[in-house]
Design a protein around this ligand. Structure first.
Ligand SMILES: Cc1ncc(COP(=O)(O)O)c(C=O)c1O
Length: 392
């Protein structure tokens, strides 16, 4: 077990053209800004991964290269170890990041105007992707109860039975609420998809960042057990897991022959080629990243519990089951002001505005806790200085 992960791998990202650390400080007038937005981490890769990567990149010659010969083997092995699912090489397609994967899927397979359900609150680029690709977004509110978000299956079935919905996008685990979808929920979704001939597109980029002993189940695994795997399209990337999102490398995984045909034809006609250099970090983390991953999860869980112990009696947020993104409700503090603006103005903490994730959002802010302990304690003390709005 890696000792003291946070000390060993925390890296100062100032002056690295980091969107989180550098861009905000250029645009916001606060010398003591604490940036907690953007879904990336302040941790660097392990030396086991960096060593071969350095060797690959120090040659100075970056001519045409092909994918590592055992690339698919290590990907398949990763899926087996971390998802308990067997995938096949011919079911894997490449894309330049998870959202590019979504665009690729939409443009290649779905006809203009196709109706796609996305849950709200939800990751905003799903909406942008649906709309940019000429499809129609059907927004579906998650049911909110005691700071937990649920799929309203009755309402979902109503939509599926009355509208010609072609796909549902599910963020699993869910950004921004940190929720893990249970196996029975995934099975229920899949059965509804089967009944109404709809696809389930599962963005699983947060599936490896699991808090404590929670367990996330891949929809593909559940689908295989139900013999419904052709319904599922998985968007998979380890960008979030290993802090390599800036490299933009992702996979689309599907067994569906029609979707595979459409993807192949689309990628061929758009001269899409695999970026074999961009695949290298993913390749090496699949091979050598497990121990680091375990320690990173432990560090993020630790941060969560430190925050929870200090702030749970003052602030409201859903319990974090996965991801390093907490979704705070600041209504009692910000009143009618936008929570993001309020937190920035009063505590100089920059999160992501809740409003970006949907209509529920104005009093909410998403905060990234994948950082060192010092920032976590700084965050806690700034939050403790906030005052609730007096009610008469
Ligand atoms: C659910 C989800 N999907 C996709 C992305 C973006 O991934 P990429 O940068 O690989 O397109 C994010 C980033 O926060 C995300 O949370």
């Amino acid at each position: 077990m890696i000792e003291n992960f946070s000390k060993q791998y925390l890296t100062d990202r100032h002056n690295s053209d980091s969107v989180k650390w550098d861009l905000s400080s250029k645009t916001l007038p606060y010398d003591d800004l604490l940036p907690m937005g953007i879904a990336d981490m302040d941790f660097r890769l392990s030396d086991e991964v960096l060593k071969p990567l350095r060797t690959e990149f120090t040659s100075g010659a970056y001519g045409y290269r092909y994918l590592k010969e055992d690339y698919y083997d290590v990907l398949i092995d990763w899926y087996k170890r971390h998802r308990d699912v067997t995938i096949e090489k011919e079911d894997v397609f490449f894309a330049d990041g998870a959202i590019h994967a979504l665009y690729t899927l939409f443009y290649s397979y779905f006809k203009p105007g196709a109706k796609i359900i996305s849950f709200e609150p939800g990751y905003p680029r799903f909406k942008t992707a649906v709309e940019s690709c000429g499809l129609e977004l059907i927004s579906h509110d998650l049911r909110f109860q005691n700071y937990y978000f649920y799929i309203d299956f009755d309402k979902l079935e109503e939509d599926l039975s009355t509208q010609n919905i072609e796909a549902i996008i599910l963020c699993s685990p869910h950004n921004p609420t940190g929720r893990i979808w249970r196996k029975d929920e995934l099975a229920r979704l899949l059965k509804l998809c089967q009944m109404y001939q709809t696809y389930l597109i599962c963005d699983e980029v947060h599936m490896d960042v699991i808090i404590d002993e929670n367990k996330a189940v891949s929809a593909l695994k559940v689908a295989k057990e139900l013999d419904l795997e052709d319904i599922v399209v998985t968007i998979h990337s380890v960008g979030k897991t290993f802090n390599i999102s800036g490299i933009k490398h992702a996979h689309i995984i599907t067994t569906n022959p029609n979707i595979k045909k459409a993807l192949s034809e689309y990628q061929a006609s758009h001269y899409y080629t695999i970026k074999s250099y961009a695949a290298l970090p993913t390749y090496y983390v699949y091979k050598y990243g497990d121990e680091w991953l375990k320690a990173m999860r432990h560090a993020v869980s630790h941060n969560y519990h430190v925050i929870d112990a200090a702030l749970s009696d003052r602030f409201a947020y859903p319990p974090l089951e996965a991801t390093y993104l907490m979704f705070f409700n600041l209504k009692d503090y910000c009143g009618d002001e936008d929570a993001y603006e309020y937190l920035l103005r009063t505590a100089h903490i920059q999160g992501n505005p809740g409003i970006n994730y949907g209509r529920l959002g104005k009093s909410w802010v998403r905060l990234n806790i994948a950082t060192g302990e010092e920032n976590i304690y700084d965050f806690i003390s700034r939050m403790k200085n906030l005052s609730k709005i007096e009610t008469l």
